[in-house]
Design a binder for this molecule. Structure first.
Ligand code: MRU
Length: 366
């Protein structure tokens, strides 16, 4: 991970195109295992059951899922059926629809082997662009971290969920500026929200920050406000699953409360995402479908036993509810960190999002 070598990416297509290898995120950090996805049905299952997760990685996995389907059967019926199958895997992150639309638009005008080749070219471009976008986000976000540097002091960043290399093809969105700052020797420390119920912070963000040698501390989700009151957070930096035309941000449940605490304590609250996460078709966050996941994710918790087996134990016998995302209103966001630069005015998102690059299904930057 966090390498420029494509072999180390979160998702790697096999040489012959018959399969795609992804890291099984259900097992991290206890076991590092790759799973081979060989069909669209398997790619949909991987997304639905969160073997892979994170908006950009969900999109990339779906893109290759559609390629795998076309390789089996490149007919129009297969293209439409498998696009629908993959689109239904998870509702909230818009990257899923964005990636499927791109592959569909690339493949649709062709037939047979040419259709398959066009789909694979597009999926590969989506992955390469994701890495390039994240590198640009890292560079733009670095300027915000630099603004927070005070002589002789470490910059304390609070993040929520996992918006790192594991949630993308590589490098991450919210973590990219942190990796860049660390590379440049800027002293940075990350407060990592554990991010109940699935603990993407404690399990995934902490894992990848640790591998990169970035100083970090895992905190319970309720600690952030207290740390902000005590002046121990210089800035918040989180990812996004969908950003609407008015600048509302949908991200992992609990993000909104951090933004409220940040506003109350005059801590800047930044959201990092590529434009593949921008949904100009929705006017506001109220229109986003919030995924309701299995309440068992709330009423139980998993981890290794002393014998090293992964086990699940109950936390309560009561009923649970599990809304997986929330909406942070634009008014609480200090700036959006995108591959096209830092955007401070929500109104400018739609202008930047409408740049011609988005219209071309297989546009490649650089
Ligand atoms: O349910 P998840 O783990 O897929 O949710 C992921 C998040 O909310 C991330 O913060 C978001 O996708 C940004 S990923 C770069």
């Amino acid at each position: 991970m966090i390498a420029h070598d494509p072999i180390e990416r979160s998702l790697v297509a096999s040489q012959n195109g018959w399969s795609v290898h992804v890291l099984d995120q259900r097992q991290l950090p206890w076991r590092v295992e790759r799973i081979e996805l060989t069909s669209a049905a398997m790619a949909a299952q991987a997304i639905r059951e969160m073997w892979v997760r994170g908006a950009p990685l969900i999109g990339a996995t779906a893109a290759y899922g559609l390629c795998l389907a076309l390789r089996e059967d490149p007919s129009d019926a297969s293209l439409e059926r498998n696009r629908a199958l993959l689109l239904a895997a998870r509702p909230t992150a818009v990257n899923l629809r964005w990636a499927l639309e791109r592959v569909h638009a690339s493949a649709q005008p062709h037939a047979g082997a040419a259709r398959v080749a066009a789909a694979y070219r597009c999926a590969s471009a989506i992955c390469d662009e994701d890495v390039r976008s994240n590198r640009a986000i890292g560079q733009h976000g670095l300027d915000l971290i630099r603004c927070a540097v005070k002589p002789g002091r470490t910059v304390n960043v609070l993040t929520h969920c996992n918006a790192g290399a594991l949630a993308t093809v590589d490098l991450g969105t919210a973590l990219a500026p942190i990796y860049r700052a660390h590379e440049l020797g800027i002293p940075v420390h990350v407060w990592v929200d554990e991010t109940r119920p699935r603990n993407q912070g404690a399990l995934l963000t902490a894992y990848e920050l640790g591998r990169a040698g970035v100083a970090h501390t895992v905190i319970v989700d309720n600690a952030g406000g207290h740390l902000m009151q005590r002046g121990e957070v210089d800035l918040c930096l989180v990812g996004a699953d969908r950003v609407t035309r008015n600048g509302d941000v949908c991200n992992k449940i609990g993000t909104y409360l951090k933004a409220l605490a940040a506003r109350d304590n005059e801590v800047p609250f930044y959201v990092a995402f590529p434009f593949s996460t921008f949904d100009g078709s929705l006017a506001s966050g109220n229109e986003i479908t919030i995924e309701e996941r299995d309440p068992q994710e709330v009423t139980s918790i998993s981890g290794p036993t002393p014998m090293g087996e992964l086990a699940t134990v109950m936390l309560t016998r009561s009923r649970g509810a599990n809304p997986a995302f929330d909406i942070t209103p634009a008014r609480l966001i200090s700036a959006y960190v995108t591959e096209r630069g830092v955007i401070r005015e929500a109104a400018n998102l739609a202008i930047r999002g409408g740049e011609p690059a988005r219209a071309d299904p297989c546009y490649q930057r650089d």
